[in-house]
Design a binder for this molecule. Sequence first.
Ligand SMILES: Cc1cc2ncn([C@H]3O[C@H](COP(=O)(O)O)[C@@H](O)[C@H]3O)c2cc1C
Ligand SMILES: O=C(O)c1cccnc1
Length: 349
Amino acid sequence: MELQKLCEKIERLDLKSMKRAVVHWDSIAKPLHSLGKLEDVIVQIAGIQGTEKVHIARKALVILCADNGVVEEGVTQTGQEVTAIVSENFLTDKATAAILCQRAGADLLPVDMGIARDTNLRNCKIAYGTKNMAKGPAMTRAQAIQGIETGILLVKELKNKGYDILATGEMGIGNTTSSSAVVSVLLDKSVEEVTGRGAGLSGEGLNRKIITIKKAIELNNPDREDTIDVLAKVGGFDLAGMTGVFLGGACYHIPVVIDGFISLAAALCASRISPITRDYMIASHVSKEPATKMLLEALHKDAFLTCDMCLGEGTGAVTLFPILDMACEVYDKMSTFKDNSIEAYQPLE
Ligand SMILES: Cc1cc2ncn([C@H]3O[C@H](COP(=O)(O)O)[C@@H](O)[C@H]3O)c2cc1C
Ligand SMILES: O=C(O)c1cccnc1
């Protein structure tokens, strides 16, 4: 189905299921709302899944992997070849995200959205890396749409396979450069404010990164009112794919946990394409990248964790999974006031 038509079909959360979830929390023998955001997130998931019988047992992390032509400008600490190496490690237990997934009981689906060489990942390759945005548009509009649609289709497939909840991750050397460019344009913030050291850039490298992003924005002149134009001109295949994953979550009623800065940049893109999509997103952590708080604010999201993580790959999002499992278990298993013959709280005004 055409992207626009699909987005028009996105529904609001199911308020009846959310109300029933609140009633259930309030019946549990503990002080009202004493699990705070853990209660709120279960209520949100009830609204997403359209039932107060929340289920999050089957979890997956989708990692969108792609290369960025802008790396040739010297905006990263490591070379482009690292993208393919780390991405293929997701298939073994050698990458950070893979180890966290094992611990959290989540499956991992790494997807080649446009790595600069052939890989043995799930092949959704749009091209062998984007073009250098400091010299022209990173990709065509058709490629940006292809990336978004791929993300949506991946969610459809995972929904059909029985997954209850997803997390977003990415791997792509140079993708904090594309993310900062996209965020600068969409939030109308200076490049300096939204640009950080990514995977450990030196001070001199950071200056070069800022100059490069400014040059790319000036040269390509993306239209901030047209998110797809922004993604095409200064984005990346991974960002486009993740944008699709967030839209897909809303289309197919699956909660999607947002990882750090790069995932948040894609979440912002999705929310600009379809604002209701925000209701289907769960913010996991506050990354150390400087624009993270700005993005959380723009999305009206409050993240659960502040661990000074800035790794990407979906690591922050997967770290939230065990907490969500704990919340769900209390919601499912705790005895109620009635079971204990205790008088329940009167609902607050
Ligand atoms: C070995 C290695 C493993 C990674 N895993 C995630 N990233 C993270 O760093 C990259 C973004 O930072 P920048 O824009 O500075 O390149 C992304 O691939 C992100 O997932 C990694 C980076 C490296 C070097
Ligand atoms: O927050 C992130 O997503 C992030 C930050 C730095 C490097 N890689 C990812």
